[in-house]
Write a new protein. Structure first.
Length: 135
């Protein structure tokens, strides 16, 4: 599985948790990561508590199908991308057409000069009301 993602980034109990978009069996919904089950597979949970194992994909929110999930980032240049690989402290992100837009560090800070991609934040409530949603 390589270097797994730090568990402090899972859930919605505190700041700097990763917000995901995943298909919960009915629709594409906001969610958070519960646990990592493979290099690109995660168990995700939505606001209703529905848990689903999903595979990371570079699809826009509207195109997420059953078994898919996406993590949106924004580069220092303002480009929106979708994480295709995440390990430890580095990500690879592509745009919807498959072109690589970022390889490197990520954080949850709005900063256009830190060479790190801004990642969407799940927030600190189970309803995702304090989340950061990138366009």
């Amino acid at each position: 599985m390589g270097r797994p993602l730090n568990k402090r980034r899972f859930g919605t109990t505190n700041a700097d948790n990763i917000r995901v978009r995943f298909h919960n069996g009915t629709a594409s919904v906001n969610g958070a990561i519960v646990k990592q089950v493979g290099s690109k597979q995660f168990q995700c949970v939505d606001a209703a508590g529905v848990k689903t194992i999903c595979t990371l994909t570079n699809k826009v929110d509207a195109n997420i199908a059953a078994g898919d999930m996406s993590i949106t980032i924004k580069t220092d240049a303002g480009t929106i991308g979708y994480v295709t690989k995440i390990a430890g402290r580095k990500i690879t992100a592509k745009d919807a057409s498959g072109a690589i837009v970022h390889v490197g560090k990520f954080n949850f800070v709005v900063n256009t000069t830190d060479a790190a991609a801004q990642m969407e934040e799940a927030g600190n409530t189970s309803t995702f009301t304090n989340s950061v949603d990138l366009p």
